[in-house]
Write a protein that binds this ligand. Structure first.
Ligand code: ATP
Length: 643
């Protein structure tokens, strides 16, 4: 792992994204557009009702209590209104009550529609991003930290949800209220309205300034939180190493360090926020006070200063009530800008993920692979891993160089060689987890790049070096990939894999939960479950990568017996360190530094007295160590590995 910034393919594609929110809206939002339309329309109406109460109260005070003007209601013809004061009073009360009730109902519809819209969009984005992630090449995962991918699917999707739900709803609210209040105030008394509305540009200017100064602090805060997540995730996945090396204090110190950075960054943000809120309140409070003083003087003793005309008590009440309604929405505009910026950054990451090209996928006219005979050929194969730097184009020294291996149907061929020779890479190329740089890998004479990926992979049973089990029961793990298999088939597979005995001994037999990644089982048990899974798959080609590496001699014997049974009538490629397990192979291919250096049967290779004979001598205890030339190679740091 490196602490230096390392530009991956995802970073490159993310930086190329422009207008991510438009793009996401165009792709995913249009499907939910009717929820959005309903949400927006009801928002406008719901927030419009907020203005009804102050206006009706104002007009009622003037007509019913002070008699300063005639009784009117906005948008209602005067002829329809009662002339008697008590009736006017009750009508006003009914209108205010109706507005409150209607407002509540509209708010409910608004909330439901906006939520359906936002969550519907998020559902579609999340599912699509996950599907895309599943199709991405192994190279992508080699170069990307899992924490970051999870963060795209979780946090980034969450940020968009906030934008589509809260921010969109709040923008409409602010728009409607500011516009409605402006119109109502101008209509009531345009001169005093100019004083009150003077607050709006002031507040907008203040908010704009605040966003500019706080933005870099927010970016820093997000970065520190990201660092903290990565640190915690690393600490958790390495918990066993931490405990066994007693490095708890060292890890605590590291988390303490990044937590301190988070604290400092958050305080930097908060210090400004503390200043912003009261600042906003001071501005609006001052305007409210100015409106109160000028309006009050006006009602008492006629127009003050350069004002002219009349201001009734009711108008004065309308002003005081509406001015207050203006403050809160404007103060919230800062959060909207903030949500928007967050969502934009997240949208870029999501679109970046969607744009990363998938290179390993079915060719346009991919061939179906039926009735596989099991002929496997590596034809002059050269391969180098891509490091991912600079958009995943940079490749290093070849890991395999001109490798030729041919396996006839039903044959067992072993690949052996010192560590780092490229043995596992040979296996991964057959599964087409990576594509060759030169040459070709063929199954039944078809280049693996020309056949349907799903057909290819289901024809190959792969038991890998690191056995992975999903959190679920033993039976579910054996059935993984053959989900329709019944209990008898599962038990038969477990028996063939020499796993039935220990499974029966578990607390709940086949229904025992194995824990995350199978932690509740031993390495040997996990391997046997993986073998049972492969038995159930019944593939034409078997690919065994160090399948007996994690077990004792007895278990190794059991596993070997089950594998021999499994390999008996199918093409088998065994990648092994322990030469004793491949002694009986039809042919053994010896790899060294990515090249085939020897090939033949066990006896032929011993007679040749080359690398294989030396490796065999060390493992059989006949010689103490490999000759110096092999040792130096094994201790060299591979050129293409990032530490
Ligand atoms: P071992 O016996 O130790 O498992 P191996 O012979 O199976 O070794 P490989 O795993 O095929 O060796 O690795 C061959 C070389 O490729 C090594 O130098 C390794 O560092 C490099 N390598 C393996 N996987 C990757 C990867 N995903 N990205 C970059 N380099 C890799």
């Amino acid at each position: 792992m490196t602490d230096e910034p390392f530009e991956t393919e995802l970073d490159v594609y993310r930086d190329r994204v422009s207008k991510p929110l438009f793009r996401l809206f165009g792709t995913y939002g249009l499907g939910e557009k009717w929820w959005l339309v309903l949400g927006l329309v009801t928002s406008v109406l719901a927030y419009g009702t907020v203005l009804v109460t102050p206006i009706v109260l104002g007009t009622t005070i003037d007509a019913v209590f002070t008699g300063e003007s005639a009784y009117t209601l906005p948008l209602v013809p005067t002829a329809w209104l009662p002339t008697e004061a008590t009736a006017q009073f009750w009508l006003s009360a009914a209108v205010v009550g109706g507005a409150l009730l209607g407002g509540a109902l509209l708010q409910w519809v608004r909330g439901v529609s906006m939520n359906f819209f936002a969550h519907g969009v998020m559902y579609a984005i999340r599912v699509d991003a996950y599907e895309k992630m599943q199709r991405l090449d192994m190279t992508f995962f080699d170069n990307k930290e899992t924490g970051e991918i999870i963060s795209i699917l979780n946090n980034d999707a969450g940020n968009l949800e906030i934008l589509f739900d809260n921010a969109l709803g709040d923008s409409v609210r602010i728009g409607v209220i500011v516009l409605g209040v402006t119109v109502a105030l101008m209509y009531t008394n345009w001169q005093l309205a100019l004083v009150t509305l003077g607050a709006v540009p002031l507040l907008i200017g203040f908010t704009w300034w605040f966003m500019r100064v706080i933005e870099p602090r927010y970016t820093r805060q997000r970065e520190t939180v990201g660092d903290l997540n990565t640190r915690i995730e690393n600490g958790l996945s390495g918990i066993e190493l931490v405990k066994t090396t007693s490095t708890e204090e060292y890890e605590n110190e590291r988390v303490r360090g990044v937590s301190r950075d988070v604290f400092d960054a958050q305080m930097d943000v908060l210090k400004l926020s503390y200043f912003y809120r009261p600042g906003m309140e001071l501005v609006t409070g001052s305007v409210l006070l100015a409106t109160f003083v000028l309006g009050g003087l006006w009602v008492f003793s006629g127009p003050p200063l350069f004002f002219s005309g009349e201001l009734t008590t009711g108008d004065f009440v309308v002003f005081m009530l509406l001015t207050q309604r203006l403050t809160d929405p404007l103060a919230q505009s800062a959060s909207i800008v903030d949500w928007y910026q967050n969502a934009k950054a997240s949208g870029k990451r999501i679109c970046g993920l969607m744009d990363v090209p998938v290179r390993i996928q079915d060719a346009p006219n991919a061939i179906a692979l039926d009735d596989v005979d099991g002929r496997v050929e590596y034809d002059d194969v050269t391969f180098a891993y891509e490091t991912g730097e600079g958009g995943g184009t940079s490749t290093e020294r070849p890991v395999l160089d001109g490798v030729d291996v041919r396996v006839a149907p039903g044959e067992t061929v072993a690949i052996v060689g010192p560590t780092g020779a490229g043995k596992s890479t040979v296996a991964k190329l057959l599964l087409r987890l990576y594509d060759v740089s030169e040459g070709a890998v063929r199954v039944d004479g078809h280049d693996v790049r020309d056949v349907r990926l799903a057909d290819l992979r289901s024809a190959i049973g792969y038991v890998s070096q690191e056995t992975f089990l999903f959190d679920g029961t033993v039976a579910e793990n054996i059935r993984y990939g053959r989900f329709d298999a019944d209990r008898e088939a599962v038990v038969a597979a477990a028996q063939a894999a020499e796993a039935h005995g220990f499974i029966e001994g578990l607390s709940e037999g086949y229904d025992t939960r194995v824990g995350e990644r199978g932690v509740k089982l031993s390495g040997g048990q996990r391997q046997r479950i993986a073998i049972a899974r492969t038995v159930l798959q019944d593939p034409e080609i078997l690919l065994l990568d160090e399948a007996t590496s994690a077990v004792d001699t007895e278990t190794e014997y059991l596993i070997q017996r089950s594998l021999d049974r499994l390999a008996a009538d199918r093409t088998t490629l065994v990648i092994a360190h322990r030469l004793s397990t491949v002694k009986g192979a039809d042919r053994i291919v010896v790899l060294d530094e990515g090249q085939v250096v020897e090939r033949g049967t066990h006896e032929e290779l011993l007679a040749a007295d080359g690398l294989y004979a030396n490796l065999w001598g060390v493992q059989a205890g006949e010689v103490e160590s490999l000759p110096e030339e092999f040792l130096t190679r094994a201790t060299e740091r591979p050129a293409n590995r990032r530490d």
